[in-house]
Write a protein that binds this ligand. Structure first.
Ligand code: ADP
Ligand code: NA
Length: 333
């Protein structure tokens, strides 16, 4: 519908897991087809800095995330793939927008309230507090209209709309379009932890057995799925409320096989959960195989990855500089 401009970001925090893949990355790949060359994906390393990062590991993680995105099907010929810190206009716009944002708005952010204000063990910094404004800058810098996000980012996207609205009404023009969410954790796309199916699969879960990383070997996949928490009923059904464990396995099976959850349940009528686990293990292994082969191929050519990021940053800056010029003009600087 019209000229959709898509922007999304992912933090360089290690290898993506199946939740990231099914809930986000796979949709990003799809959007390349529907939105032509109006799709931008950023490795948001500046956001990662809100918590302490070991420098060498961060550097490696930025490369790794780029490699993983490309291996999953993000095509730098169709989308602009870039590293956030290589486009200094993100920080520049952040400042301009910070001066339009009352801090009362930031105080209301539930992520800040839960992570920042209460976590006295870690070093809480201004960056963590202000990061929703950086996120607003990421989006508004490219006048993006459609933002693939997880449900936990919806409040930040609303803040982005409020900031855009404030700017527009103060300076009397519709300078920033109002971005709208493309919810990535749609039906059956929210993948739950293998150890506790009431929690979502997450990188921040310290238990490695709780998630499947896209680089996991067949043995690792086999082990993790075999030990995945289910319940004492052995039949295969899809009842996310009553039977979250087995339903999560059905969801994963469905997402990767292209079958509906009903079809998966049908395929396993009269069979036991252990057979579902075996089937799912095979589905995951064969799904990940070509992605893993591509990762190895890309890792062999580091210069190529660097070239893609340099190119992406150059193309992003062409667009970003136009926005900065326009915003400064309106502000009178
Ligand atoms: P994590 O929670 O592992 O740190 P991020 O917050 O970096 O993941 O999320 C990156 C993207 O992946 C977001 O779009 C988010 O909605 C999606 N995502 C993360 N975890 C899941 C999950 N378990 N199921 C579906 N989508 C997920
Ligand atoms: Na997260």
């Amino acid at each position: 519908a019209g000229a959709q401009r898509v922007f999304s970001g992912i933090q360089p925090s290690g290898v993506p897991h199946l939740g990231n893949y099914i809930g986000a990355i796979r949709n990003w790949v799809q959007l390349q087809k529907t939105c032509g060359n109006n799709v931008m994906y950023s490795i948001v390393d500046l956001h990662a800095l809100t918590v302490h990062q070991a420098p060498l590991l961060l550097k490696r993680n930025i490369k790794n995330m780029t490699v993983c995105l490309l291996a999953c099907g993000i095509d730098p010929k169709q989308s602009i793939v870039f590293q956030q810190s290589q486009v200094p206009e993100h920080c520049e716009l952040m400042w301009l927008l910070s001066c339009q944002t009352p801090n009362g708005w930031l105080n209301k952010m539930t992520q800040w309230k839960s992570k920042g204000a209460t976590d006295n063990k870690s070093f809480v910094n201004i960056g963590l507090y202000a990061y929703p404004i950086l996120m607003a800058a990421d989006i508004l810098l490219y006048k993006a209209t459609h933002i693939p996000v997880g449900a936990d980012q919806l409040q930040h996207l609303e803040l982005t709309c409020d900031i855009a609205h404030t700017f527009n009404s103060r300076y009397g023009v519709e300078f920033f379009p109002k971005p709208q969410p493309l919810l990535s954790e749609g039906k059956n796309q929210r993948i739950m932890s293998l150890r506790n199916p009431l929690q979502k699969m997450s990188k921040s879960d310290n238990q490695e057995m709780a998630r499947i990383d896209i680089t996991d070997t067949p043995d690792q996949v086999h082990n993790k799925i075999r030990k995945a928490v289910t319940d004492c009923t052995s039949a295969v059904t899809f009842e996310p409320e009553e039977r979250p464990g087995v339903s999560n396995l059905v969801s994963m099976y469905s997402a990767l096989s292209g079958k509906t959850t009903d079809e998966v349940v049908e395929d396993f009528t009269g069979k036991e959960t252990v057979e579902l686990k075996d089937g799912l293990t095979q589905v995951i292994i064969s799904y990940l195989k070509p992605i893993q082969e591509k990762i190895i191929e890309l890792e062999e050519d580091e210069g190529h990855i660097e070239q893609i990021l340099t190119d992406g940053a150059r193309r992003a800056r062409e667009r970003a500089s136009v926005t900065i010029r326009g915003a400064k003009e309106l502000l009178g600087i």
